[in-house]
Design a protein around this ligand. Structure first.
Ligand SMILES: CC(C)(COP(=O)(O)OP(=O)(O)OC[C@H]1O[C@@H](n2cnc3c(N)ncnc32)[C@H](O)[C@@H]1OP(=O)(O)O)[C@@H](O)C(=O)NCCC(=O)NCCS
Length: 145
């Protein structure tokens, strides 16, 4: 059974491996993940299946707004609903204080965009040249409560 739980420092080897295989440009450094444990705005979750970490999501929560900073599922486990489960349960775990969830996604990342739309996210606007390789981002937003 897959379950969502808080990320711990011991998860970082697996989290970092999934990050590396998931993002070719703009992948986070190991140091960036470590710094999240010192950041009071950061809320971090992993998805565990049979004791193994198969995905992660990191939010920054400021007042009533949460932003998805990074989110990925192990390649071998994609397309089975795990991404949707992790994001949905992660947002729930942030609690009632959060009224809005924001994220940026590459315009070409149709799989992620579909997942976000299924959870109720709407496109707010396009951000030109947002990524280091020049690709545009879609800013998406989910209103809660
Ligand atoms: C985006 C990502 C997290 C999705 O995880 P996942 O576990 O594969 O997603 P799910 O299986 O929950 O799929 C959810 C929805 O995505 C869409 N989807 C899944 N596979 C798809 C495909 N091959 N093509 C298009 N859409 C697809 C569907 O809408 C699907 O819903 P449904 O199958 O229930 O109708 C995963 O692909 C990933 O780690 N990608 C690399 C990192 C990344 O892009 N992160 C997001 C950065 S903003």
């Amino acid at each position: 059974m897959a379950k969502v739980r808080e990320m711990r420092k011991e998860d970082l080897d697996e989290v970092y491996r999934i990050n590396k295989e998931s993002f070719t440009t703009d992948a986070w450094s190991r140091f960036s993940f470590e710094k999240e444990f010192e950041n009071k705005h950061s809320r971090k979750f992993v998805l565990e299946e049979d004791g193994k970490v198969i995905g992660f999501v990191i939010f920054w929560v400021i007042k009533d707004e949460a932003t998805v900073m990074t989110f990925a599922i192990d390649k071998r486990y994609r397309g089975r609903g795990y991404g949707k489960l992790l994001l949905r349960e992660g947002i729930k775990a942030l609690g009632n204080r959060v009224n809005k969830v924001l994220l940026d996604v590459r315009k070409s990342n149709i799989r992620a965009i579909n997942l976000y739309k299924e959870l109720g996210f709407k496109v707010v606007r396009e951000r030109k040249g947002y990524y280091s390789d020049g690709e545009n981002a879609l800013l998406m937003e989910l209103e809660l409560n």
